[in-house]
Write a protein that binds this ligand. Structure first.
Ligand code: PLP
Length: 387
C-alpha cells in the first residue's frame, strides 16, 4: 500500500521504534518511575530530561519550559480552556482541538470570542488579527488570548505567526500557537515566533500517538492541569509516559536532522499537483499561491465528493485524507475551506494528500495514476482519457 496521509499521523520512524524497544527491553526500563530515588529511578529521570531537551530543540524552546502531555488536543484544550484571559481570538482555520474549547469556554463564561477568517489563500493576516483584538477591546477585553497555528493541517498554509504575535503583544494579548503540523516539516524557533505557548504532538512527526507537549514561556501562567504527585513541575501530575516520551524525542531528533529532506518533498508534491491538473484542468488546488508546507496538497474537482474519491483511492491501495478526517474519521465539509471562502460544492470535495519522511517518487506517481483512473471513471465520458 501507499501511505500519503502524514498530516493525520506519520508512520513511526525506525529511530523512535528502536528507542522505545530498547527501553522496553531494558531490565528496569519502560516500567521505571522517574520519581523513584533509587539508581533505576535516577536513570529514568535522566532519560526523561534528555528527551525533554530533544523535543525542545525541535521547536527552539528551553527544555525547562516544556510540559509533556497526552497530545496536542490536550495541550490546546489546556491553553484555550484555562488561560487567565478575558477574551479569545482564534483563527477560523484552527484544528477542532482549539476551536471547540474556545467556543465552549466563551459559552460557559460569557467571554467574548472572535473567530478570525483567513484570506482566499488560507492565510490569517496580522491585520485581521489586529482587527479582531480591537473588536475584543471594544467588548471590554483587556488581556485576551490569540491562538493562530503555524501551519494548517488541511491545506498546509504557513501563517505569519511572528508578525501576528507582534501585533498581539502590542495590544496586551497573550499568544498561543499550534505548531503540530509545522514541527519537523519546517524550522521552528519559539523565541523568534514571540509566542507565550506552543503545542506539538509526537505522532505527527513519526513518534508514537498519545504523547505531546505544551511549551510555556513568556507571560502565560497556567494553573496545574492535573493535581496529584506534582510531576511535570506540578503542571501535570501522574507518572510520566516514559516510553512514549522517549519515542517522541527520538522522532524529534530524526525530524530535526531531516528538515532539508522534508523541504525537498515540495518537488514531489508539485509533480503530483501537475499530474492532477493535467488530468483535470478544472481541478482547484487550494492555497497554491500561498507559502505552504512542502508535503501538503489539497485539491478538489467540482461535483466529486471527497468521500467517494477516498474510497476509490483506498481500493487502489492508496491512503489519503480529506477535509477534517484527522479529527473525525468521517468526512464532513471542511471548515477550513469554508473560512477561506471556497465554493460550497468544493468544501466537501477536497482530497488531502500529505507526504512524509518515507515517501518516494514511485509512491507519488502511483497515487497520481490512481487518482487519474478514479477521475476518468467518476467524472464521466467528457473527461480526457490521458493523464
Ligand atoms: N492540531 C493540529 C493542527 C492537528 O492537525 C492535530 C491532529 O490531530 C491536532 C492538533 C491534534 O493532535 P493530537 O492527535 O496529538 O491530539
Amino acid at each position: 500500500r501507499v501511505y500519503l496521509d502524514y498530516n493525520a499521523t506519520a508512520p513511526l520512524r525506525p529511530e523512535a521504534a528502536r528507542a522505545m524497544t530498547a527501553l522496553f527491553e531494558a531490565a528496569a526500563g519502560a516500567g521505571t518511575n522517574p520519581s523513584s530515588v533509587h539508581a533505576d529511578g535516577r536513570a529514568a529521570r535522566k532519560r526523561l530530561e534528555d528527551a525533554r531537551a530533544g523535543v525542545a530543540a525541535l521547536v527552539g524552546a528551553k527544555p525547562a519550559d516544556l510540559v509533556f502531555v497526552s497530545g496536542a488536543t490536550e495541550a490546546n484544550n489546556w491553553v484555550l480552556a484555562r488561560a487567565p484571559v478575558d477574551g479569545l481570538a482564534v483563527s477560523a482555520i484552527e484544528h477542532d482541538s482549539v476551536l471547540a474549547p474556545a467556543r465552549a469556554r466563551a459559552a460557559a463564561e460569557g467571554l467574548p470570542l472572535v473567530e478570525i477568517a483567513a484570506d482566499g489563500d488560507g492565510v490569517v493576516t496580522p491585520a485581521a488579527v489586529a482587527a479582531a483584538l480591537d473588536d475584543l477591546a471594544a467588548r471590554g477585553a483587556r488581556r485576551p488570548l490569540v491562538s493562530v497555528m503555524v501551519a494548517n493541517n488541511e491545506v498546509g498554509t504557513i501563517q505569519p505567526v511572528a508578525e501576528i504575535a507582534a501585533e498581539a503583544r502590542a495590544r496586551g494579548a497573550l499568544v498561543h500557537t499550534d505548531a503540530v503540523q509545522a514541527a519537523g516539516k519546517t524550522p521552528l524557533d519559539m523565541a523568534a515566533l514571540g509566542v507565550d505557548a506552543l503545542s506539538v504532538s509526537a505522532h505527527k512527526i513519526g513518534g508514537p500517538p498519545g504523547v505531546g507537549a505544551l511549551v510555556l514561556c513568556g507571560g502565560l501562567a497556567l494553573d496545574p492541569l492535573i493535581a496529584g504527585g506534582g510531576q511535570e513541575r506540578r503542571y501535570r501530575s501522574g507518572t510520566e509516559n516514559l516510553p512514549g516520551i522517549v519515542g517522541f524525542a527520538a522522532a524529534a531528533e530524526a525530524a530535526a536532522a531531516g528538515l532539508d529532506a522534508m523541504a525537498g518533498l515540495g518537488a514531489l508534491r508539485d509533480r503530483l499537483e501537475a499530474a492532477v491538473v493535467a488530468t483535470a484542468p478544472e481541478a482547484v488546488v487550494f492555497a497554491r499561491k500561498a507559502e505552504r508546507l512542502a508535503n501538503t496538497s489539497a485539491f478538489a474537482v467540482p461535483g466529486l465528493k471527497a468521500e467517494t474519491q477516498m474510497m476509490h483511492m483506498d481500493l487502489a491501495g492508496v491512503s489519503v485524507g480529506s477535509g477534517s478526517a484527522c479529527s473525525s474519521g468521517k468526512v464532513s465539509p471542511s471548515h477550513v475551506l469554508a473560512a477561506m471562502g471556497a465554493d460550497a460544492d468544493l468544501c466537501d470535495g477536497a482530497l488531502r494528500i500529505s507526504l512524509g519522511w518515507a515517501t518516494t517518487e514511485a509512491e507519488v506517481d502511483r497515487a497520481a495514476a490512481a487518482w487519474g483512473a478514479l477521475y476518468r471513471r467518476l467524472a464521466g465520458s467528457s473527461a480526457p482519457a490521458a493523464g
